[in-house]
Write a protein that binds this ligand. Structure first.
Ligand code: NAP
Ligand code: MG
Length: 507
């Protein structure tokens, strides 16, 4: 039985009922209850560690109405004051770091290093938030380029998009939401966040930090309850101007189908290939491929989920992979601090991985290591000679399986990579620069790395997918572009008595 042990600072966000903390929702600057509750279960041992409020339609209506009003206020706040507010949030996150880390470890089952990594990245993201503001700069367009605009000039400015709804997945339960909240607020928007039901508590704690730092009421609100119950009623609301969704392709597709006219930013699933060519540094490649496949138990959209190895180096590379499998030790990270791979988010996830592994075995692959599970704990697994028709060669894995597929040569590797509905991430290992360039150019994904496993941290490098992996780019300077709209201001200079010679000729 694990215990959250929250400090007094967080007293306002929950009340205790029969020994279980029942969390509330942040609506217009206040924590409020709803009539229905839902259990939050720790991935570590299945114990109920809290309950969240399930939002009803009245809660949603009131939140959206407050968000509309609050947006007018945040738009009036100067950029200096918005940055100052985020600085205060940063100081509070630093002082509450250990507590936030503990919550993530308990609700998501992350090892300490991973939970600390998430909060450290959040602190860095807050530190870098001033950089987002460079993307708010405008443009000047001279009019004498076209006959019909001679005598006029235009200035392009960025305006807030309005009310943003952010929906986040379970794998980075705080950072993914923060990576939406920060640019939304800097861009002059109000934002409603819907955290994942599997591990929502750390985000509720972060929202309290924002509230106590002086966030104007209604600018950041948090709605809780399973996606299927808050569901379409929230997404369809026509006072919401944008949905920034990170999650599975299936849910992303559903949201796209019901959202109506609003901006959609979609960060969806992936099936990242790692391509190993014959001139690769095989030691480096094996180490990176195991790390890229198994970190966070493989529950990352940018996880390496198929390793395509050219036949010249196949056997040698598989031997190196076997050596590196011992880099990961699976277990309960709270009970044993040498563990660097925790459980999957829930038992259903472990059962899903089990069925994918069994399917691959039935199609003739080699199970070299792992392949067993107990509740949420799935062993680090190595599958080699995986056939291209196996489910695990095609569907997103989201579990701790190193999946190795033999390919003929570089062209075969590119073809297999592209024969996928996904297009999020990928990497290639080689010391041959022309082959590196060819693969980086031809693999159809939104992000491609050379000689390193995909990893995106603070999103200093813009991140986002194509095909069924999404639409839009996330990151410093990029999310704020997605969350603002370009307005074109046209000036007729003749009204100032200026002739056509002034149409843009300020040089
Ligand atoms: P998910 O099942 O799609 O859920 C994501 C979020 O959507 C959760 O908050 C969920 O709420 C909510 N949701 C579910 N059904 C909904 C509905 N009908 N209407 C509105 N919201 C709904 O994804 P997950 O299992 O949490 O996360 C894993 C997935 O996220 C993987 O596919 C992974 O690749 C993807 N991901 C992508 C990126 C990226 O940047 N491209 C980053 C991280 C993760 P509940 O939890 O309450 O169901
Ligand atoms: Mg899910």
């Amino acid at each position: 039985m694990v215990d959250l042990k929250l400090s007094e600072y967080f007293n306002d966000i929950y009340s205790v009922n029969e020994g279980i903390p029942e969390f509330e929702m942040l609506v217009n600057g206040e924590w409020i209850n709803s009539d229905k509750k839902q259990d939050v279960v720790s991935s570590l041992d299945g114990s109920v560690i809290g309950r969240i409020s399930v939002a009803n339609h009245d809660n949603i209506d009131s939140m959206v109405n407050h968000a509309v009003e609050a947006q007018k206020e945040i738009e009036k706040m100067s950029l200096i004051d918005r940055i100052e507010l985020l600085n205060k949030v940063k100081s509070e996150v630093i002082s509450k770091k250990d507590e936030l880390v503990n919550i993530i470890m308990i609700e998501a089952g992350k090892p300490k290093s991973a939970a600390e990594g998430e909060i450290t990245t959040l602190i860095r993201r807050l530190e870098l938030s001033e950089q987002d503001l460079y993307s708010l700069k405008g443009e000047f367009i001279p009019g004498d380029l076209a006959q019909d605009t001679v005598g006029r000039s235009a200035v392009l400015v960025r305006k807030p998009i309005g009310v943003v709804l952010g929906i986040s997945p379970f794998n980075y339960p705080v950072y993914t939401s923060a990576n939406k909240i920060i640019p939304a607020i800097l861009g002059g928007n109000s934002i409603i966040i819907k955290p994942p039901s599997a591990d929502p508590i750390a985000l509720l704690a972060l929202a309290e930090i924002f509230r106590k730092a002086g966030m104007p009421k209604g600018v950041l609100q948090v709605v809780t309850g399973s996606g299927s119950s808050t569901g379409d009623y929230l997404i369809e609301n026509n006072q919401i101007n944008m949905i920034s969704f990170t999650g599975s392709t299936e849910v992303g597709e559903h949201i796209t189908n019901v959202a109506g006219i609003k901006k959609l930013h979609m960060e969806l699933g992936g099936k990242a290939p790692a391509i190993i060519l014959k001139d690769a540094d095989l030691d480096l490649a094996a180490k990176e491929c195991v790390k890229g496949s198994l970190s966070l138990s493989g529950q990352r959209c940018d996880a390496i989920s198929r390793i395509l190895v050219v036949e010249d180096v196949y056997s040698k590379f598989v031997e190196k992979l076997k050596e590196h499998m011992s880099d990961f030790k699976m277990g309960n990270p709270i009970e044993n601090n040498s563990v660097n791979m925790g459980p999957l988010i829930n038992k259903k996830a472990a059962e899903r991985i089990d069925s994918m592994v069994k399917d691959a075995i039935s199609k003739g692959c080699n199970l070299v290591q792992g392949g067993k599970y107990n509740n949420c704990y799935y062993e680090p697994t190595l599958l080699t000679d995986v056939t291209k028709d196996s489910i695990i060669a095609n569907e997103e894995t989201f579990g701790p399986v190193v999946t190795v597929i033999k390919v003929k040569d570089i062209d075969d590797a590119i073809e297999v990579s592209n024969n996928s509905k996904y297009g999020l991430d990928g990497c290639v290992f080689t010391n041959n620069i022309s082959e590196a360039f060819k693969v980086m150019d031809k693999v159809k994904v939104g992000n491609m790395s050379l000689n390193v496993a995909p990893s995106h941290g603070t999103s200093n490098f813009p991140f986002g997918g194509i095909k069924s992996s999404g639409e839009g780019k996330e990151g410093i300077g990029k999310s704020i572009e997605e969350m603002t709209v370009v307005k074109t201001l046209i000036f007729d200079l003749s009204s100032f008595g200026l002739g056509k010679e002034y149409s843009g000729k300020f040089n």
